[in-house]
Ligand binder design. Structure first.
Ligand SMILES: *[C@@H]1O[C@H](CO)[C@@H](O)[C@H](O)[C@H]1NC(C)=O
Ligand SMILES: *[C@@H]1O[C@H](CO)[C@@H](O)[C@H](O)[C@H]1NC(C)=O
Ligand SMILES: *[C@@H]1O[C@H](CO)[C@@H](O)[C@H](O)[C@H]1NC(C)=O
Ligand SMILES: *[C@@H]1O[C@H](CO)[C@@H](O)[C@H](O)[C@H]1NC(C)=O
Ligand SMILES: *[C@@H]1O[C@H](CO)[C@@H](O)[C@H](O)[C@H]1NC(C)=O
Ligand SMILES: *[C@@H]1O[C@H](CO)[C@@H](O)[C@H](O)[C@H]1NC(C)=O
Length: 202
């Protein structure tokens, strides 16, 4: 007797953005009130790593097959009472797919999180000689996008750091003598920012 709403939500897929350094708790799907839970398993596929599993067999009340070696990923509390998964603290290496599978007497219920980790970039805007300015969005994740108002003759590039962050830099030249103030707009999932600066004379 699965209602359409529940049947539609048996297999749910969600995108989840988390800030680096925070504590995250991921929930399992809701099962029917009448269902008896047999097995709960978290299948975790981090980027560039083999997948690993943390599971609890409800019939024997035993945590079995826990081959996730990252100590920052664990049950949030007592899994026999609450099968939530905790990630603490969240780091860039935790990006990937997390699936909670619940095997019940009424079939399987599944919820998958596609987890992306956010790092807010540091934004700077500095004047250069000869009516140029440079805007930088330093060490953000994902890479920030830079726009200008008004638009000049711009060269924009990205630098990828070893720790997974990206620095976006854009240098613009304003040959038009009428333009005296320019604004750099940084677009990023952690929030958009804008900085303005006066062009140096001469
Ligand atoms: C965990 O176990 C599964 C199944 O036995 C295996 O496919 C996977 O590679 C293992 N993962 C790690 C990180 O050892
Ligand atoms: C399951 O195991 C936990 C911890 O080992 C124990 O506290 C709990 O009472 C057990 N529950 C059942 C239903 O056996
Ligand atoms: C200044 O900008 C002008 C116009 O684009 C260019 O011709 C000139 O070479 C630049 N001078 C310097 C020092 O960059
Ligand atoms: C990543 O590396 C860059 C450059 O070395 C540094 O500025 C930044 O703070 C680092 N960020 C994180 C999240 O480790
Ligand atoms: C710049 O100034 C000139 C002369 O005053 C004018 O004709 C031109 O439209 C101006 N350009 C802009 C972009 O405002
Ligand atoms: C940030 O800027 C982008 C591009 O201009 C826009 O699509 C997005 O809606 C903005 N986000 C917020 C939170 O204002």
């Amino acid at each position: 007797n699965i209602t359409p709403w529940q049947s539609k939500n048996n297999f749910l897929s969600l995108f989840l953005n988390l800030y680096m350094g925070t504590k995250a708790v991921l929930c399992c799907p809701r099962i029917l009130p009448t269902s008896v839970l047999i097995l709960t398993a978290w299948k975790i596929h981090l980027r560039d790593k083999p997948s690993c599993t943390i599971s609890l067999n409800r019939e024997t009340n035993q945590t079995r097959k826990n081959n996730c070696t990252d100590g920052r990923i664990s049950w949030a509390s007592r899994p026999d009472q609450n099968p939530e998964l905790q990630i603490h603290p969240v780091s860039i290496s935790h990006e990937g797919d997390y699936t909670c599978q619940m095997g019940t007497t009424d079939g399987n219920f599944e919820r998958t999180y596609h987890l992306q980790v956010l790092v807010s970039p540091e934004v700077t805007l500095s004047p250069g000689r000869n009516r140029t300015v440079e805007c930088k969005a330093i060490a953000g994740r994902p890479a920030a996008q830079i726009f200008w108002a008004p638009e000049g003759d711009c060269v924009t590039g990205k630098e990828y750091q070893d720790n997974g962050t990206v620095t976006t830099r854009s240098r613009c030249h304003y040959p038009d003598g009428n333009v005296s103030t320019v604004t750099c707009l940084v677009s990023h999932p952690t929030g958009n920012r804008s900085l303005s600066i006066d062009l140096l004379p001469g």
